[in-house]
Design a protein around this ligand. Structure first.
Ligand code: EPZ
Length: 437
């Protein structure tokens, strides 16, 4: 297969990064993408208006907005915020052309079914990092009494009234836990989700639903209990900071041996990330309840990484740590256990002089003294972010392509890096989302 870089057209936007410079100063962390997306679908549960604060300006947020508008939700953007009026839904059918571009929109099947008794949502399909099946979502809804048919790539679900049920998830899927938790808030009786996902975004969703009047306990543990209620009301809710964006800036500081501060952050959400950075020799100091100071090490000791469901090491940070590990002293083994195809960044890091070999879902990284700038192509959101981080440390100029991926999940990343003193610019284009909607 020809190298990805050969597929680039002249006018394709890219980030030009002049590497080898230290960063300094403070970076403001945005609201969490993976929380904002699912909370926006959760607003469908209330025959009322929900006001969200700390909403990141991302392409994915705008796309979710378009999908909700197609269902009859009225959206009112405000500075760093968004209000969703779901009083008058006009459809239970999420349009294919939009859902196919945003997997998280599949989670809307839960609230739609619970609220309207019917839902028609296209199968989200696979993506660069894996097949991304949804059978756990479907089986959970069937356990709650829904009739679910999958025809022509569309999931059609009916339930005059969902019923509480005991659901054991074969895998602690974040999306399945979120879909079923939302569906259960308006079901008849009690639902228990066992082997549930424990991610901070699942807890944020539970807190949001509770602020609408839902009865949920146990979110953040592997057993969540939901007692259905008749109706939910509107609310005013602040979204948690993005722990993966925080981790991205921590690795950017580490790889450029820079001291920076980051806020707002919830340090508890970052335990595996901070632990691994400290294991490598860095220091992370909590300066205030929501502010961290990163202090680099002169040299980093390599360490092994195995991705796992929370509170294990997050798969969304695997590529970022791999970029950092390329210049650490010694060898390390990375095991990607959550997604079956999440090493798209490896050949591109090797193009920059890294020494990484893949064997199945394991990658062996031999530390090298330095990286060299090169034209590289991102294959998915976190792979592209890893190439940006590598480019910040590399000698010379790096051109990072695949910015559509980056804009999906990072709010104003180049402006934030420039503010920290990085020398980079976007060529042939502008960020896909500079504001919410
Ligand atoms: C969420 O995806 C995040 N996305 C992902 O972040 C994150 O990587 C993932 O959780 C794991 O932490 C959002 O929240 C929008 P899963 P989700 O269901 O819910 C398998 C990023 O970079 N599975 O926990 O889709 C699945 O194939 C993105 O921001 C089934 O087999 O993840 C995968 O291998 C990428 N059957 C594993 O479980 C199912 O029915 C974990 O998937 C559902 C999932």
């Amino acid at each position: 297969m020809p190298p990805l870089i050969n597929t680039i057209s002249q006018d394709q936007p890219y980030l030009r990064i002049y590497g080898g410079r230290q960063l300094s100063g403070h970076v403001k962390i945005s609201g969490a993408k993976n929380s904002a997306l699912v909370l926006m679908t959760g607003a469908l549960l209330a025959e009322d208006t929900c006001h969200f604060h700390n909403v990141p300006a991302l392409a994915d947020i705008n796309r979710m907005g378009e999908i909700l508008q197609a269902l009859g939700v009225k959206l009112f953007p405000s500075k760093g915020g968004l209000s969703l009026d779901s009083r008058h839904l006009t459809s239970a059918h999420a349009p294919y052309e939009l859902v196919s571009q945003l997997r998280a929109s599949f989670f809307a099947i839960g609230p739609l079914l619970a609220r309207l008794g019917t839902a028609r949502v296209p199968l989200p399909g696979g993506c660069a990092i894996g097949a991304r099946p949804v059978e756990l979502h479907v089986r959970g809804l069937q356990a709650m009494g829904a009739e679910v048919h999958i025809e022509h790539g569309i999931v059609q679900a009916y339930a005059r009234k969902l019923k509480g049920a005991k659901i054991y998830l074969d895998y602690p899927s974040v999306g399945a836990t979120e879909t079923l938790m939302m569906a259960a808030t308006l079901a008849d009786g009690e639902t228990i989700i066992e082997n549930a996902a424990q991610e901070p975004e699942v807890v944020d969703l539970a807190n949001f639903c509770r602020s609408m009047g839902a009865k949920i306990r146990g979110a953040g543990t592997n057993t969540i209990t939901i007692v259905g209620v008749q109706k939910l009301h509107g609310t005013d809710y602040e979204i948690i900071p993005d722990r993966i964006e925080t981790g991205t800036f921590l690795t950017a500081a580490a790889i450029t041996r820079s001291e920076i501060t980051l806020a707002p952050v919830f340090p508890d959400h970052l335990t595996p990330i901070i632990a691994k950075l400290e294991e490598m020799g860095a220091q992370i100091v909590q300066e205030t309840p929501k502010t961290l100071r990163f202090i680099p090490a002169e040299t980093y000791t390599s360490t092994d990484i195995e991705t796992l469901p929370y509170p294990g090491f997050p798969t969304d940070m695997q590529s970022l740590f791999m970029a950092l590990m390329t210049i650490a002293e010694g060898n390390s083994i990375f095991s990607e256990t959550v997604f079956e195809n999440r090493f798209g960044h490896v050949p591109e890091l090797n193009r920059m002089g890294a020494d990484i070999r893949i064997k199945g879902n394991h990658a062996v990284i031999r530390g090298v003294p330095f990286l060299s700038g090169a034209p590289v192509m991102g294959t998915d959101l976190r792979a592209t972010a890893a190439l940006v981080v590598a480019g910040l440390a590399a000698q010379g100029e790096t051109q990072v392509y695949g910015l559509t991926h980056l804009d999906r999940g990072y709010e104003a990343i180049e402006a934030k890096l420039q503010q920290l003193g990085a020398k980079l610019e976007r060529v042939n284009g502008v960020p896909q989302a500079t504001a919410v909607l």
